[in-house]
Design a protein around this ligand. Structure first.
Ligand code: 5GP
Length: 346
């Protein structure tokens, strides 16, 4: 079997997927039609890396900034319960078609004046997850509530309060908090994340997407359950020996999203991605898509990349998937079931 087919056929575990960044072009078109039934002029929302965009001074917009501008454009299409429901169902269907058997989606609750409250935002996603459990029974889906570091303390508090309330109401769906948002802005709100941890929510925190030794150390000392990216940690990637050793010592699993980092240019190439350092050091890692729509990727494609770039073979991918199960926020019973599905493919 060729590598592409092998990667597609494997049962996979996705632990780092932002809902709005995961919307495919096909889904964005459906959403545009939903909000504008008489307008066939689909607005241009691009995949990153497709072309160069210029700012008001005619200078190219740096890819990391462009990526956050893209999220803002996409978010204009998920502004009602109906559109969020549709968006979530489409994302679950697409992951399921890629043979993902466990998906942790994450999303930032958003209020849209006159159209949507944060409570309705979360409820629409939960309804979609519930309905999809019947439609696509081979994929198990959970939700992490995101805190956007750029949106300030009040929003962070609101989202964490809602996450705690919804976790009590839907403990099998709401499993954790994600700290994300533009890494050059705002705060990590660790004191608020502590409240959610005490309430029983797991924590996945984006970390070291840009160099910032002081903040990276604070996040590591906080000991989230998982870390996202951890790009600028190794000395060859604008980190330091100290940071790299601290991370290895912590043994906190890192979610690695290769295409996202290459397209945002936070790493120079696939070959020089931090995957290499963590994999060689035997540090716990999992492979994820981040924003499969914006970065035009799939989890199978990410698996293919590590096969082609780093010589991983089928048994390595199975090992990675099995360890991803243990890093997931699924229940112990669910983990046993997921492991048995993966083992059947050995
Ligand atoms: P949403 O939370 O609206 O469902 O998904 C999009 C949001 O996820 C973005 O506005 C941003 O806050 C967050 N996000 C998506 N990809 C990344 C990433 O690579 N890094 C960080 N820090 N945040 C991201």
């Amino acid at each position: 079997m060729d590598i592409q087919k092998m990667c597609k056929s494997l049962p996979k575990i996705e632990l780092h997927a932002h809902l709005n960044g995961s919307l495919s072009t096909e889904t964005l078109k459906k959403l545009h039609r939903l909000h504008n039934p008489n307008d066939n002029n689909y607005p241009e929302i691009f995949s990153l890396g497709e072309k160069e965009f210029l700012d008001e001074n005619g200078k190219p917009v740096p890819p990391l900034r462009l990526c956050f501008q893209t999220f803002a454009a996409i978010q204009k299409l998920t502004i009602t319960s109906e559109s969020l429901y549709l968006a979530t169902c489409e994302v679950i269907r697409e992951f399921s078609e890629d043979n993902v058997i466990y998906l942790e989606l994450r999303s930032t609750p958003r209020k849209v004046e006159g159209l949507l409250t944060k409570v309705e935002y979360i409820e629409a996603i939960i309804l979609a997850i519930k309905e999809c459990a019947k439609k696509y029974p081979t994929i198990l889906v959970k939700l992490l509530i995101s805190v956007d570091r750029k949106q300030g303390c009040q929003n962070a508090e609101e989202n964490i309060d809602l996450a705690i309330k919804f976790m009590k109401k839907y403990p099998s769906y709401i499993v954790g908090i994600d700290l994300s948002g533009e890494p050059t802005m705002g705060d990590a709100f660790l004191h608020l994340l502590e409240t959610s941890r005490e309430a029983g929510l797991k924590i996945a925190a984006h970390c070291a997407e840009v160099p910032n030794e002081e903040e990276i150390m604070r996040i590591l000392n906080f000991k989230p359950d998982r870390l996202g990216h951890c790009t600028c940690v190794h000395p060859n990637l604008k980190g330091s020996e100290k940071l790299f050793n601290e991370l290895l010592k912590s043994k906190i699993p890192v979610e690695l999203c290769l295409t996202s980092n290459v397209k945002c240019e936070t790493v120079p190439s696939y070959a020089l991605h931090q995957f290499k350092y963590y994999y060689e050091a035997g540090h716990p890692i999992c492979i994820a898509t981040d924003d499969k729509g914006v970065f035009d990727t799939t989890l199978s494609a990410e698996f293919e990349i590590i096969c082609n770039q780093f010589g991983c073979e089928k048994h390595d991918l199975i090992k990675l998937s099995k360890s991803a199960v243990s890093y997931s926020f699924a229940s112990e019973e669910e983990k046993v079931k997921l492991l048995s599905i993966i083992e059947q493919h050995q």
